[in-house]
Design a protein around this ligand. Sequence first.
Ligand SMILES: Nc1nc2c(c(=O)[nH]1)N[C@H]1C(S)=C(S)[C@@H](COP(=O)(O)O)O[C@H]1N2
Ligand SMILES: [Mo]
Length: 367
Amino acid sequence: MIPSPEEPGRASGLIPRDSSLPNLEFPFRDLNSRVTTTASFYVRNHFPTPPLTAEDWSLTVGGAVLHPLRLGLEELQSLPALTLTATMECAGNGRTFLSPRPRGVPWELGAVGTACWTGVPLSAVLERAGLPEVAATWEVVLEGADRGVMTEPVASPGEISYARSVPLAKALDDVLLAYEMNGEVLTPDHGFPVRAVVPGWYGMASVKWLTAVQVVPEPFQGYFQTVDYAYWETRDGLPPQLRPIGPLQLKAAIARPAPREVVPCGVPYEVTGAAWAGEAEVARVEVSVDGGCTWADAEFIDPPKPHVWRRWRFLWQVPGGPVRPTLLARATDTHGRVQPTCHDPARGSYMITHPLPIEVDVQESSP
Ligand SMILES: Nc1nc2c(c(=O)[nH]1)N[C@H]1C(S)=C(S)[C@@H](COP(=O)(O)O)O[C@H]1N2
Ligand SMILES: [Mo]
């Protein structure tokens, strides 16, 4: 089944990146607001969107809680709500820039967006269920209603649901059970009726179509935590260990010019893009228009805001053509950390945060 852009609630104007599931990319060159409209927000599905209804939906809260409970949508919505803005990026965003081209959805630059999410803090629901005395290893498993069989990167044990965990401390800090996106009811593709939003983390943690929350005393080792969405960490002189991907890593991305754009020669061009840093804050963005030989500061369009990208711009004096310059952008955070210069193979085809080369064509000057 080709995901039809005409399906009710399905966004148009997004670029399909998959022939069998709605995996849809935002054309990143269209970036022109800090908050992405819902219609322009990328979609990442591992399984078909489940047909949930507001009447039938419920959330079970269980595991190592004192009073397991089940909440209907109205009950959840009767709890005090809050709205937060967060940038969400798929961990595989930018994968097409890797060579050799790895398996996985071939995202270019646009598997990222920023939205305003309204819902109930997960902490409020966990407080209701009551927690015993907990330790630092405790986690909260978030499970979606979508199910299916995975064949890659390894075969799943038959049909599985989409599930991810977050550390209990993060769950109690700022994870939201969102039922609205940009002031409107969630669309089916973005998780109707309720999804988790894990601010400052890669998108895989923000489980859509959330139907179960379980508190567990040990790290959860589910499919999307181990064989998928994991990377190799080398620490303490031990051999590499697989770790689940978590917080967003520092990154600046160029929206305009787009890859292979034809740029007029001899006139100023406003290079623009966005930068984000997960749980840290972006302090500086630099641009190179000569493939990384020299760098100059870009100017921020947006003020800093936790968990939200900052758009930036840079005025480029385009040289005479024909030439094919390579543009790069790189960010520094408030701790002085800078993006890595090349992709670390320990990250596999995830967390692609080295400056991505944007090659453009400068038009030949007319005689
Ligand atoms: N239930 C469920 N939740 C999910 C997924 C999924 O396939 N099923 N995909 C995850 C991934 S990998 C990403 S990047 C984000 C994307 O959210 P979006 O489709 O609203 O952009 O949802 C996450 N939550
Ligand atoms: Mo993702």
